[in-house]
Ligand binder design. Structure first.
Ligand code: GCU
Length: 725
């Protein structure tokens, strides 16, 4: 039926009359969807326990906690809650700290709260004045807010709310999103529209979306936001921008979120009128001190800086023959009186150095261990190259015992299918966090480096390069939201499992129906491995399209920098394929502990998923499956693409069980993902065949296009970089 404009508006009026839940589900609410719980028995159970709030003395943070709970209870249970200052009947949720609530103080919970720090919380079912109630408390108000979100999550995931006694505290201190947002609102490697930050209308106009952004972050414990791109612009440090930053900090503060900025190392020259940015120059030091003091007049709880220096053309201390430590310490000194911190990135590699790129960060930073001020963390990407679908953990984890190291994960899917592929990244994050560095013997897991427990560092952090833009659903792909969610959950507790995080997210975002939960969980948990198979199986890496990094490009060679090409990494020739990083080759393996060198250094013991990362291997080598390397490579590419078909089938079976809007959206995206998987498969198999000179194994469908067709494809519209046409 074609709808005339009139019919359309009549329909719209009817829909609006049916309430919000009947309107298109556009994904805006993320996992904070508070639709009426379908299970009437559960609703009754919860409603019998919860009737009203008791907040004796409020504050901006307690206010947002109470507001969120009211919103959730109204939506999930249809409850209209009110707030009082005393317990009158059973069914109170009592919110506060010992300082804000004499009722809570009278419960003498010091023992329980002792180990929970500034951000942990305690939720307990108890009685006050003989009336049953649920107390959500903490040492500081932000803990109460986290407790409120935890309580909401319990309801959304339909856990019992009876006899509660729950204590949780974050294992990592700084849990920070890194936005690679430019001041012109483009987002470097952003696949979800433009930047959320509306610099033009700030500070006077506050986009309501900033509040929802803060709610979403607080709901998973994210407590920091770096607003600007690591490839930074010094303008952000000028007064007009600082006033805008202050307005955002004011919005985020009640939610426990601090703002951070990226500091362009050459700012003293670019906006300060100096002739040098040498960190040992007195005038430069003074300039930064004044600038930082000025920032704190605008934002009294400013978090500090992330710095990308002497990396990919960015200015840095090495321009003046100084070290990374000299540069970081200069900023650290100026930030220290305000309790600010520096996150100095170790993502460095130099075109002039003919060294395996995988080794360069370690070579530059390891000698600086112990040379950084105590308010500096060295921010290290999970792997030694650059957020590839699979990398071994970065050798710097465990290698700088005297330096706090914070993790940098990439949530935006630069190398994992951008906005069109469903890839749940928690398994990738976990693979790294659970890797054993052997730095202090067996059990020296990466997560213990990150939570500070391995070397007793009080300063700890985890950064996630954000996948958020102004797309209505925030992250572009509806499932990309799960990567924002998992980052927050893992930064809070790196020992959580991918499975439990997926379980929570699905229930909160889609449905509690068992078949929906189990189908989506299977798809999500398999998705990263499937992507590895159709993109970079067996340890291949960095073979994507040039510059925009969209799609395959194993043929990329002869560019201004060798280490920006694919040929540099796969090293395919007639004899075989892979990068020899053993002693015979670049010896990047030598940067790891002996236990790892032993395991990965031998062709026999090296796990096959890392084989071509560490070894150059003959096409004829027999693999564990009994196939030759060539046949295995082909099989994995085909299996990967076939598995996307399985993902599609699994999703299609959920028609009618998830809302129609997101169903249709994900269905279209999975169809694109399949096309892209076949594109990767065909391009890579045809290209590597030019070296192996072997047939594609019998039984596998022959590519229907030629290699030169794939090589000729151009993508001027690829997202994530500034257009160049
Ligand atoms: C990658 C990415 C760049 C980014 C860089 C970084 O190389 O492609 O866009 O600037 O990482 O992390 O600094």
């Amino acid at each position: 039926m074609t709808l005339t404009p009139l019919l359309r508006s009549v329909l719209l009026v009817i829909l609006l009359g049916m309430g919000a839940s009947a309107i298109a589900e556009d994904g805006y609410r993320l996992w904070l969807r508070y639709d009426l719980m379908q299970d009437a028995a559960k609703r009754k159970e919860y409603s019998s326990l919860i009737k009203y709030f008791v907040v004796e003395k409020t504050s901006p943070t307690l206010e947002v906690a109470e507001k969120e709970l009211s919103l959730a209870l109204a939506g999930l249970l249809g409850l209209k809650t009110s707030s009082t200052k005393d317990v009158q009947e059973s069914g109170a949720i009592v919110l506060g700290t010992s300082d804000t609530s004499p009722l809570i103080k009278s419960l003498n919970l010091q023992e329980k709260l002792k180990t929970l720090g500034d951000e942990g919380f305690y939720i307990v079912s108890t009685t006050i004045k003989g009336k049953k109630c649920i107390v959500i408390t903490a040492n500081k108000e932000v803990g109460v807010l986290y407790g409120a979100f935890h309580f909401i999550r319990l309801l959304q995931t339909q856990h019992s709310a009876q006899n509660l006694s729950l204590q949780h505290a974050p294992q990592v201190k700084h849990r920070i999103l890194n936005h690679w947002d430019n001041l012109d609102r483009t987002v470097e490697r952003g696949y979800a529209g433009f930047s959320l930050w509306d610099w033009h209308k700030l500070p006077d106009y506050i986009d309501p979306r900033y509040f929802d952004y803060a709610r979403a972050n607080a709901s998973v414990g994210i407590n920091g936001s770096v607003l600007t791109n690591v490839n930074s612009n010094a303008q952000i440090l000028t007064e007009p921008y600082l006033r805008k930053v202050a307005a955002m900090a004011n919005v985020f503060r009640p939610y426990g979120i601090k703002v951070y900025l990226t500091a362009r190392f050459s700012a003293p020259v670019e906006i300060g009128g100096l002739t040098t940015a040498d960190p040992t120059d007195a005038a430069v030091r003074e300039w930064w001190k004044k600038k930082i003091d000025e920032i704190y007049t605008h934002v009294p709880d400013f978090g500090g800086f992330v710095v990308k220096a002497n990396s990919e053309g960015q200015p840095g201390p090495q321009n003046y023959k100084r070290t990374h430590a000299d540069g970081a310490n200069m900023l650290a000194d100026a930030l220290a009186p305000h309790n600010g911190i520096v996150m100095w990135r170790a993502f460095v590699y130099d075109n002039a150095v003919p060294e395996d790129r995988a080794k360069q960060a370690y070579n530059e930073f390891k000698p600086l261990d112990g040379k950084f001020k105590s308010n500096v963390m060295v921010q290290v990407k999970n792997g030694p190259i650059d957020f590839q679908p699979r990398e071994p953990f970065h050798p710097l984890f465990g290698a700088m015992p005297q330096t706090p190291i914070n993790m940098e994960f990439q949530l935006t899917q630069e190398y994992l299918g951008q906005a069109t592929n469903l890839v749940y990244l928690a398994p990738l994050f976990k693979e790294c966090l659970d890797s054993d560095t052997y730095a202090k013997g067996k059990g020296s897991y990466v997560y213990k480096v990150i939570d500070g427990s391995l070397e007793n560092h009080p300063l700890t952090g985890m950064a996630g390069v954000a996948n958020i833009g102004n797309d209505r659903n925030w992250c572009g792909h509806p499932f990309a939201q799960s990567n924002w969610f998992s980052f927050g959950r893992l930064a809070w507790d790196p020992t959580l499992s991918s499975e439990s995080i997926a379980d929570e997210w699905i229930r909160m975002t889609y449905s509690n129906q068992q078949d929906v939960v189990s189908t989506l969980k299977q798809v999500m948990l398999a998705s990263r491995e499937i992507t590895v198979r159709y993109m970079t199986p067996l340890g291949l890496h960095h073979i994507m399209g040039w510059d925009h990094h969209y799609g395959p490009g194993p043929w990329i060679k002869d560019k201004p920098r060798a280490d920006w090409t694919s040929a540099y990494y796969h090293k395919a020739d007639e004899a075989g394929i892979g990068f020899d990083r053993t002693k015979r080759g670049s010896d990047a393996l030598g940067q790891y502990a002996p236990e790892i060198q032993q395991k990965y250094g031998s062709l026999e013991n090296c796990p096959e998923e890392y084989l071509l990362w560490f070894h150059h291997v003959s096409w004829d080598r027999k693999m564990k499956s009994g196939r030759t390397l060539w046949d295995e490579l082909c099989h994995l590419y085909y299996q990967g693409a076939d598995s996307v078909k399985w993902m599609e089938k699994s999703w299609n079976a959920l028609e009618g069980k998830v809302d129609a809007d997101r169903f249709a959206q994900v269905k279209s995206l999975l169809a694109i993902q399949y096309k892209e998987a076949v594109w990767w498969r065909n391009s890579c198999v045809l290209y590597f065949q030019t070296f192996s000179k072997k047939e594609i194994p019998a039984g596998l469908e022959m590519p229907d296009r030629t290699l030169s067709y794939y090589e000729s494809l151009q993508f001027p519209f690829a997202p994530g970089i500034r257009p160049k046409w």
